[in-house]
Design a protein around this ligand. Structure first.
Ligand code: DGL
Length: 263
């Protein structure tokens, strides 16, 4: 039985795997986390494209029927280019979140937070405007949120102070919908919600991504019929570090994480 291939710069893509497991428990999943080269969020477009192609070539060795790019930086910077290189369906995390945000907003003021690369690419802004040309988009990079999530600093004074500073332009712009445009940010949802206020809808695209994967596999007659799929996890460095963080990102610990050289 073929698998769904998933890759991310590191551990963050496990937030997407969590949702895939919930919605598609019968599917086999092969995950690759590029922990040797993380973070992607501060790298150039050319480098992110090159890394992404290498990661996809690795996943293709594992008989994948679809590839899920569980990284916002890759989805923003590289997806339009890498889609042209491969025949396998490739799903990113950007479009599903954009569609949900455009649907959710009442005042047509949408906020986006992400890595420096994601925000610099303006990919969210461009796609939102394609769906709704009158929507106003305010986009802010929140680079410190990634190490906070990885260090388990998801609550408390320090993270709240930083969040208040990062999110101020979004509050000033009066956004009623905020896209969490980075794999790590769902872990900081509680603080982000406290700072933004409960009237702002937070969009975490993992759920929509899993729905899109399901739709594509169903349309191609590729959904697995069995009861429980199996998951394999590969990283390019530090499997112990990855396993240690799995609990916060995936909701359960991971024992069998293998280190590979994908390049
Ligand atoms: N996975 C990245 C993203 O969603 C965050 C971590 C990184 O910078 O590599 O943009």
């Amino acid at each position: 039985m073929k698998s769904i291939g998933v890759f991310d710069s590191g551990v963050g893509g496990l937030t997407v795997v969590k949702e895939l497991l919930r919605q598609l428990p019968a599917e086999n999943i092969v995950y690759f986390g590029d922990t040797a080269r993380v973070p992607y969020g501060i790298k150039s477009r050319e480098t992110v494209i090159r890394f992404s192609i290498e990661n996809i070539l690795f996943l293709l060795k594992h008989e994948v029927k679809l590839i899920c790019v569980a990284c916002n930086t890759v989805s923003s910077f590289a997806l339009p280019v890498i889609k042209n290189y491969f025949r396998v369906p490739i799903v990113g995390v950007l479009s599903p979140g954009v569609r949900e945000a455009v649907y959710a907003t009442q005042n047509k003021r949408i906020g986006v937070i992400g890595t420096k690369g994601t925000i610099k690419s303006r990919a969210y802004e461009i796609e939102i405007k394609q769906l709704d040309p009158v929507a106003k988009v305010t986009a802010v990079a929140c680079p410190l949120f990634v190490p906070f999530a990885e260090e388990g600093w998801i609550r408390g004074d320090v993270v709240t102070t930083v969040a208040k500073q990062y999110l101020k332009p979004l509050k000033d712009a009066g956004v009623d919908t905020l896209i969490l445009g980075c794999t790590h940010y769902p872990l900081l949802k509680q603080v982000i919600r406290e700072v933004m206020g409960k009237n702002v809808t937070l969009i975490d695209s993992a759920q929509q991504v899993a729905m899109e994967v399901k739709k594509i596999l169903a349309a191609e007659g590729e959904l697995n019929k069995g009861r429980r799929g199996r998951q394999q996890f590969f990283v390019s460095d530090n499997p112990e570090w990855f396993s240690g963080l799995a609990k916060s990102f995936l909701g359960r610990p991971l024992k069998d994480v293998r280190k590979v050289n994908n390049v």
